[in-house]
Design a protein around this ligand. Sequence first.
Ligand code: ZN
Ligand code: ZN
Length: 349
Amino acid sequence: MTIPKTMKAAVLHAAHDLRVEEVRVPALGPEDVLVRVRACGICASDVHYYETGAIGRYVVNAPMIVGHEAAGEVVAVGEQVASLQPGARVAIEPGVTCGRCRYCKSGRYNLCPQVEFYATPPVHGAMAEYAVIRADFAHPIPDTVSYEQAALVEPISVGIHAARLTDVQPGKTVLVLGAGPIGLLAVVAARHAGAEQVIISDVYPKRLETAERLGVTAAVNVRTDDLAAAVSRLTDGEGADALLDTSGNRSALENAPSLMRRGGAIAVIGLPENDAVTYRMNTVVDKELAIQGVFRYANTYPAGIRLVASGQYPVEAVITDYLPLDRTNEGFDVAMHQKDRAIKVMILP
Ligand SMILES: [Zn+2]
Ligand SMILES: [Zn+2]
């Protein structure tokens, strides 16, 4: 197939300035594959860049293609690529690491200081007609997995990584705070790891209903119900073995130790809105709790693809909106302002 010179892409120029425009198709390196992107989810981080032009130390100083939750079809391969052929359907793992540093060598490659992660300035993302990725980060998917489901392997990966870090196992009780896309898919990851009970909390009924479709054993609306009382009732006063915070809410984080069983682990997923959080260390020490940061994921894609392919979990229930690339701005608007209804917005380039 002949590769066009230009393509349409959703390009963030500055805060509140996202344009779908013609840009050059990215150059294919010898170890890369070129993917015709078929689905790309809008993530909270994309929305954050849109709203503020920055996340922490990463600042949008030059036009950047957004999007890092992508899947599509390989249309060309670099001269050194033997593992994939044009026509392969793949989920894109969006952070290319060096493979040489101590983190990469130890398997914790999400901590590689040289990682080039999609849609993290200055690296372009995949909300476009085409994207390049090093071949070993393009993971083949079976025909039974749709491109939209494959794009969800990115947020599912966060849940798998968090479940591993908090030692979620058969028989355990997992409490997930926040029923946005990451929280909802963490439910699936926890169930897949064998959790016996998965409890979730949020304030939006629609999100809690979706959590029920994904198999939570209890959904607590913290606008009307007391979470601590519910957790105590559901765990015979023992508390949760693992808590996965996806809410980023300061008081939720500060209350977390009181919700835990002795020996439990608290995972903080993503950056809380308040950098400074105060813990009662007496509780942390007395219960011997682990407080675990979660930064992206490593070695999760094959497991995430198998999870989706198993057909046991209707992961696509988190997708509430499908829009073509031309309407990406509308997608961002929905993601920002319709949290009572919309969960994951999927762009289909
Ligand atoms: Zn994401
Ligand atoms: Zn590295």
